[in-house]
Design a binder for this molecule. Sequence first.
Ligand SMILES: Cc1ncc(C[n+]2csc(CCOP(=O)(O)OP(=O)(O)O)c2C)c(N)n1
Ligand SMILES: [Mg+2]
Length: 336
Amino acid sequence: MVRYNFTKIDRKSTLEEIGKEKALLMLSDMLLIRHFEQRGEQSYQMGKVWGFYHSYIGQEAIQTGAVYALGRDHTLWATTYRCHALALLLGMTVEEGMCELYGKANGNAKGRGGSMHMYTSTMAGGSGIVGAQWPLGVGLAFSIKYKKEKDKVAVVFGGDGAVMMGTYPESLNLACLHKLPLIIVIENNQFSMGTHLERGVAHPPLGENTAKAFGLTSYTIDGMDLISSWAVFQAAKKDALTQEKPVIIETVGHRFRGHSISDAALYRSKEELKRVMELDPIPIFLQECIDKGWITEEEYKDCDTKKREKVQAAMKFADESPWPDIGTLEEGVFAP
Ligand SMILES: Cc1ncc(C[n+]2csc(CCOP(=O)(O)OP(=O)(O)O)c2C)c(N)n1
Ligand SMILES: [Mg+2]
């Protein structure tokens, strides 16, 4: 068993700091992501979506906390193929997202990218290549430094498996050499496809040990806890700016689905799955909000219904949207 040294968070005062308004927005965004993923999967089963589909269900607290802690516009972002949630949090509409899954012309990437390639004005993707996002994050942070943009950082998310790629130490080295304002997030969901971290990683914990090697500050948090996520992203931004070097955050959590939609996840027992699903970040954070008197069960149910209906309407919109025009095939291509 890997021993993680979790960063101590004062959850009570952090929740106070977050406040009612932000807390309810975060809850409602996590619900939207959950419904989007569930309906995306349903669309896939209906034969409306093809190719790869990697669900973010179970991991919602991480990127939701990050985006709300850092602000969605004054930050640059990059992530993996598990990219629907981040794009939604950064302003992609549900319709654009659903159309992209369906490969329709109204999609976020005009229907050409599909599930793994979603973007916003501050998000450089969505990428299907494991480990490709680390150097992209370095480039984003370099652009911030080069343009002398104040109070701004780049954030790059990658999986526990992606830390095993050569691009990870290479990127850390470059980011340190150039003193870049970069937050490196290792989303440790225990598995790289069907390989458990303990079979694929020689020297965990990943965040703590790789930070030590490069002399960096690191944080380790429960990836199912929105409050911890919000708190460490705030702290990491301050560190990156004041220390003028990258900071590493490792989030330790779980995905509730298989690696992708075609993975039946037979490597995880039903009992184990049941245990991790009890750590669902949405009901946990809901309870915190109920305890504060910020929302009632009825109000939550109403919000849940609204999000479901919004996503269902987007499915209909995507289904009825046109296919991309073959005549536009060479548009947006660097080397036609
Ligand atoms: C360079 C490269 N090698 C292999 C793959 C196949 N592959 C896709 S996802 C994945 C596992 C990645 O696991 P992790 O980094 O932990 O991310 P997670 O899917 O758990 O979020 C692999 C091996 C790939 N897409 N790119
Ligand atoms: Mg993983």
